[in-house]
Design a protein around this ligand. Structure first.
Ligand SMILES: Cc1cc2nc3c(=O)[nH]c(=O)nc-3n(C[C@H](O)[C@H](O)[C@H](O)COP(=O)(O)OP(=O)(O)OC[C@H]3O[C@@H](n4cnc5c(N)ncnc54)[C@H](O)[C@@H]3O)c2cc1C
Length: 475
């Protein structure tokens, strides 16, 4: 095998592996190095997302949601079941199968595209040399014309709360429980915390979520956050805001979680504790001496708008650089960089990166919230449409939530679209496309939406922005 490549990508997660594939499509010689090891010691491409994040969490969210619906919704459809149960081992086995299929799929894609897959550690040296240490310990020095750093992120730990991998776990550990904890605490009511809390709550855990911030989901439009809080409360998620955790001690009767809130010092005793307070860039042993690559004060690899680091022909993408820690953001950066390296056009529109929370109801948005638009000095017009007025949503027994369009009152440009309701994560794609093409709310209004579909909610919300909705009264 050659030790010289046009492009070496360090990290094979959702930012790194697409960069490698696109570079190979661009007729460049490419190697992708990844050091991920599963619990059983096997290596796998796909990074956090495929192995311990997006995919396994969605598999368990789907299984637990089906159980929840069988218990609470099927009767409304006239479907009766004799005793509904679940089997955590079977859910975990299914999840494991999906993860294996998806991660092995990357190797097939690499083979098809002609990417050299290397399992082990990669370290950038000066002059675009890369030291590769295989999992067997053997070292080789590779030479690249371009290097793409895609080393991802890792869970943040909380001072005073030590992971033990058993009772006190991070998000990966929370996806591996072999049984349903009777009493569960999740520290952090952000996206990951809410998804993990939902899985185990639906399966029966008494779930308390401790959130240090006073405001729930502050990054979402405030109407969405309020609606979400109402649903989560109804589902039995006990979300405590302004709760600052200072300690967690494992004792025979459970994990004692110490926190303070407006009422003073509190202690909560639970069987399992999940810490989901955020992630930080992972750059351990990534950079040798004299590379010229700089990290910022929070440990992110410093890059410009086009993901160039301070070192010539060294690029960085995904969670290890600024911007939202999302798989699709990393993927677009990886692809754009691979195109730029080949001398093609490459671009990421950071203004239209969708966010999705895969709870029930789902929550998704793109662009500015109403509050952000106003704070930016835009004069806005708002259109909302409730799923309770959508025939398809009613047929699905999923009438909770709404779609909200925020548009500029003067130019009619769509500034943001915010959805809480069934399949919000799928519906948001239309909003992203509309905003990518700088659509006006009138453009959405004049677009035919099939009936009866959930997407009619987006259509009607756009119409409502001009008080021209058909299926709800215009106020
Ligand atoms: C529970 C959970 C759920 C999530 N759900 C979603 C979701 O629904 N949607 C979404 O968009 N995002 C989700 N995310 C976030 C998403 O997983 C990350 O944004 C995404 O994985 C980042 O991709 P990446 O390629 O930058 O990094 P990673 O996926 O972290 O991949 C980096 C890879 O590089 C390897 N590596 C690091 N350093 C080296 C080195 N020096 N040498 C060799 N290999 C190295 C690592 O082992 C890893 O395999 C979730 C995250 C978690 C934890």
């Amino acid at each position: 095998m050659s030790d010289s490549f046009d492009v070496i990508v360090i990290g094979g997660g959702p930012a790194g592996y697409p960069a490698a594939i696109r570079a190979a499509q661009n007729k460049l010689s490419v190697a992708c190095i990844d050091e991920w090891k599963n619990r059983d010691g096997s290596s796998a491409f796909g990074g956090t997302c495929l192995n311990a994040g997006c995919i396994p969490s969605k598999a368990l969210l789907e299984s637990s949601e089906l159980y929840h619906r069988a218990l609470h919704e099927f009767a409304a459809h006239g479907v009766t079941l004799d005793g509904v149960g679940f089997d955590v081992a079977a859910m975990q086995k299914r999840k494991g199968g999906i993860v294996r299929q998806m991660t092995q799929g990357i190797l097939t894609l690499f083979k098809g595209a002609g990417v050299t897959a290397l399992t082990g550690h990669g370290r950038l040296l000066a002059d675009k040399k890369v030291e590769f240490t295989g999992h067997d310990g053997a070292k080789r020095t590779l030479q690249a014309k371009h290097v793409v750093l895609a080393s991802g992120s890792e869970p943040m730990a909380l001072r005073g709360v030590a992971f033990d991998g058993e009772r006190i776990v991070d998000s990966w550990g929370a996806l591996e429980f072999g049984e349903v904890p009777k009493r569960l605490c999740v520290i952090g009511a952000g996206v990951i915390g809410l998804e993990l809390g939902s899985v185990w709550r639906r399966l029966g855990s008494e779930t308390v979520m401790l959130e240090a911030l006073e405001q729930f989901l502050p990054m979402a439009d405030s109407q969405l956050s309020k609606e979400a809080a109402r649903h989560f409360k109804k589902q039995g998620l006990d979300i405590r805001l302004g709760a600052k955790v200072s300690s967690a001690t494992v004792k025979p009767d459970g994990v004692h979680v110490g926190y303070t809130d407006a009422k003073g010092a509190q202690t909560l005793v639970v069987d399992r504790l999940i810490v989901a307070i955020g992630r930080r860039p992972f750059t351990k042993d990534l950079l040798g001496d004299g590379t010229g690559v700089a990290l910022d004060e929070r440990g992110f690899v410093q890059v410009d708008e086009q993901c160039r680091t301070a070192a010539a022909d060294v690029w960085a993408v995904g969670d290890c650089v600024r911007g939202p820690m999302l798989a699709h953001k990393g993927k677009e950066e990886g692809v754009a960089v691979a195109d730029l390296i080949a001398g093609h056009y490459g671009h990421v529109n950071y203004k239209v990166i969708p966010s999705v929370i895969y709870t029930a109801p789902e929550i998704a948005w793109v662009g500015q919230t109403e509050e952000q638009a106003k704070a930016a000095g835009r004069s806005t017009k708002i259109g909302s449409f409730p799923f309770a007025a959508s025939g398809r949503a009613k047929a699905m027994e999923a009438g909770a939530g709404f779609c909200k369009v925020v548009a500029d009152a003067g130019t009619d440009e769509i500034l943001g679209i915010h959805i809480i309701g069934p399949m919000a994560g799928e519906l948001i794609a239309e909003a992203v496309l509309a905003m990518e093409y700088s659509a006006s709310s009138e453009d959405l209004q004049r677009t035919i939406h099939a009936h009866p579909t959930l997407s009619e909610a987006v259509h009607e919300a756009a119409l409502a922005a001009d008080k021209r909705a058909i299926d709800i009264p215009n106020r």
